[in-house]
Design a protein around this ligand. Structure first.
Ligand SMILES: [Zn+2]
Ligand SMILES: [Zn+2]
Length: 337
């Protein structure tokens, strides 16, 4: 039998015919990168290929790398293998990578979500024979609310805190979730403050034309009294620290897909948990997989055994592959930008 179009090696997903890797976790000569999160875009590769929209964040994170860019849908040929990048709807600039050779098509989805968040290029289903998918939230209990409902709850909580003389702090990873939350806030309620890690990514995305509300960077000499009723967006690691305590009285909240699990909400002990993720929920995974028309599905991380069994029951040929991707992690959370 001929080599499969993509194989799974100790370095990452590899195309033997095209001689390139996709989102490799060890240094390789040629790396095609789906998006800028740290578990997908790592340092040390010889050359990188990513979307134009993912490039600024990657350069910021990885420094002086040899990076070529493509537009969504633009085709490149690598050793006779055609590759193209298509929106994944996960974070701004994120892509699924389509790999085609002699009529056979495979798609590596990277991380993705189906709902249009208004910031990321909306997910596009791509027809293929084999589809490589995460299943971070591959259980029926993971069912996301529409974004506008989350926005209403978020703003009501903030307004209530402000009316009670409390500040509000939201933990969100610096690339993607933070900007998505910012875009949902109603700036009429009060001032919006940001942690440096979040503001760095904001600046990069604003320069690319992503529209975000006005924010004030929290500097060491910022006086919280000058910003009553503020909402502060910070990486999850900043919550509960000295950095955050200066804003007391304070109500804190998290936004994560994991907030769908009661046990996680309890352990987290935040005042509010919003169920919101940049990954597909159960229905989203199933919709995306069905839309590809693929008969072979590879599941990479999350509830892989349960999800594989489910897919087999649906008539797919499903396999689990071990990767170093992290999914949505509550604490370190999707690679600081
Ligand atoms: Zn990601
Ligand atoms: Zn990931």
């Amino acid at each position: 039998m001929a080599d499969p179009l993509l194989t799974f090696t100790d370095d990452g997903i590899f195309c033997p015919i095209g001689d390139f890797h996709i989102d490799p976790w060890r240094p390789v000569p040629r790396a095609l990168i789906t998006h800028g999160h740290a578990d997908h875009a790592r340092s040390g590769h010889g050359m990188y290929l990513a979307t134009q929209n993912a490039a600024p964040v990657m350069r910021h994170r990885l420094g002086d790398i040899t990076l070529e860019t493509v537009r969504y849908g633009e085709e490149r040929t690598l050793n006779g293998v055609t590759v193209s990048y298509h929106p994944a709807g996960h974070v701004p600039g994120s892509a699924q990578i389509r790999v085609a050779h002699k009529g056979e098509v495979w798609v590596v989805s990277g991380d993705y979500k189906i709902e249009d968040d208004g910031l990321s290029e909306p997910f596009e289903p791509i027809k293929c024979h084999a589809f490589i998918t995460e299943c971070t939230f591959g259980l029926p209990v993971f069912k996301w609310q529409p974004q506008r409902e989350i926005a209403a709850e978020l703003n009501a909580w903030w307004a209530e805190n402000a009316a009670q003389g409390r500040n509000t702090i939201l933990g969100a990873y610096a690339l993607g979730k933070a900007q998505r939350l910012l875009s949902l806030l109603n700036p009429d309620i009060g001032p919006i403050l940001t942690h440096g890690a979040v503001e760095n990514t904001n600046a990069i995305l604003r320069a690319q034309g992503v529209r975000l509300p006005d924010t004030v960077l929290v500097t060491p000499d910022l006086n919280p009294k000058d910003h009553p009723g503020a909402l502060i967006v910070a990486p999850p690691s900043a919550l509960g620290t000295q950095w955050a305590r200066r804003f007391r009285p304070l109500s804190d909240g998290f936004a994560s897909g994991w907030m769908a699990l009661r046990g996680v909400r309890r352990r987290r002990a935040a005042d509010r948990g919003f169920v919101m993720s940049d990954h597909a929920d159960w229905a989203g995974l199933n919709t995306a997989i069905a839309a590809t028309g693929a008969e072979r599905i590879f599941v990479t991380h999350g509830y892989t055994s349960i999800f594989r069994r489910w897919l087999e029951d649906q008539g797919y040929e499903a396999q689990i592959v071990e990767t170093a991707y992290e999914g949505e992690n509550l604490d370190t959370a999707e690679g600081a930008a």
